[in-house]
Design a protein around this ligand. Structure first.
Ligand SMILES: NC(=O)c1ccc[n+]([C@@H]2O[C@H](COP(=O)([O-])OP(=O)(O)OC[C@H]3O[C@@H](n4cnc5c(N)ncnc54)[C@H](O)[C@@H]3O)[C@@H](O)[C@H]2O)c1
Length: 292
């Protein structure tokens, strides 16, 4: 882009950023009386969100999870309903959206939270790469595909997509996790920038380590996860508080670990230096293993 064009582009962006969008983003989101769906709601972060949303006065919470028994237990705890669902299957997500809207009411907040960690390296089998892609990325797309048109028709709605700091800063020792979380961030950005003027709000939840099944037991054998945990492991209940605050502010990035902003700034300020630093970190973690 040449000088003048670039200046004009900057003015257009500034105009839209300060006038049109601000005017549309005045209203703040409260959980009170909202119909909420949470995928991956049976355990960990999803369960903590369900309990916190109930305390905040949600009208109804649908707990959707592969773990049907776990979903039922959490649903009982929050006086909600449970759905046994595999988020990698579009038909399952469509069914939950249709059932909820037909029997309970319009979904105000859909939390695409279910996620997995798999396919840590280039050697990992293709079916593992495909599965994590379907669970961590396509599930967000399926939810948006079936819900955004309904929300647009009624003037708006909210998508809270659990990504990860790994979607902004990558994941040492977790190839497909870093890749799929970046893709989930890209999708969330795209939905936000495409539908903001039609009332669609998007927040991406991007924590570092949170104490759940994903960061306990055998998971900690992964040196990248263990290293992320060393930077500070927070409880899911603490994370749920930052989600309440982030939603109230309609913040696009919800960062329960505030240092992630600094890491992002370092990355964008000097990308090559950041890659070199991450490589040194990788080498230090895997020093005792054969070089790859
Ligand atoms: N724990 C962390 O440190 C951390 C950090 C950043 C992001 N995250 C993200 O937070 C989200 C929740 O993870 P968590 O830490 O609570 O883990 P968790 O393992 O405790 O919970 C994940 C839930 O998702 C469900 N699930 C998995 N595959 C599913 C599928 N195909 N369909 C439906 N449900 C499925 C599981 O049954 C489980 O209840 C994930 O997207 C994860 O990537 C976690």
């Amino acid at each position: 882009m040449q000088g003048e064009e670039s200046a004009a582009f900057a003015i257009v962006v500034k105009y839209h950023a300060t006038s049109v969008f601000d005017a549309q983003w005045e209203s703040k989101v409260e959980i009170q009386d909202k119909v909420v769906v949470i995928t991956g709601g049976a355990n960990g972060i999803g369960k903590a969100l369900a309990i916190r949303f109930k305390a905040a006065g949600a009208k109804h919470i649908v707990v959707a999870d592969l773990d049907g028994a776990g979903a039922s237990a959490v649903a009982r705890e929050v006086d909600g309903t449970a759905e046994q669902i595999d988020v990698s299957r579009e038909a399952d997500i469509q069914r939950v959206i249709e059932t909820t809207e037909n029997t309970i009411g319009p979904i105000d907040l859909f939390c695409s939270n279910a996620g997995i960690a798999k396919a840590d390296s280039l050697d990992s089998p293709n079916d593992e790469w495909q599965l994590i892609w379907d669970v961590n990325v396509m599930s967000h797309m399926y939810a948006a595909r079936h819900l955004v048109p309904r929300m647009v028709k009624r003037g708006g709605g909210y998508l809270l997509n659990t990504c990860s700091a790994a979607g902004l800063l990558n994941q040492i020792g977790g190839a497909a996790y870093g890749v799929t979380k970046h893709a989930a961030v890209g999708l969330g950005e795209w939905i936000a920038l495409t539908y903001a003027h039609q009332g669609i709000r998007v927040s991406l939840l991007c924590p570092q380590a949170v104490r759940t099944a994903m960061t306990s037991g055998e998971a900690m054998n992964n040196k990248g996860i263990a290293a992320a945990a060393a930077d500070g492991m927070i409880e899911a209940e603490v994370l749920a508080e930052s989600v309440i605050e982030g939603l109230a502010d309609e913040r696009f990035l919800i960062l329960p670990h505030p240092e992630v902003v600094t890491y992002m700034q370092r990355k964008t300020a000097d990308y090559d230096r950041w890659i070199r630093g991450m490589n040194r970190f990788h080498q230090s973690l895997y020093a005792d293993e054969a070089k790859t």
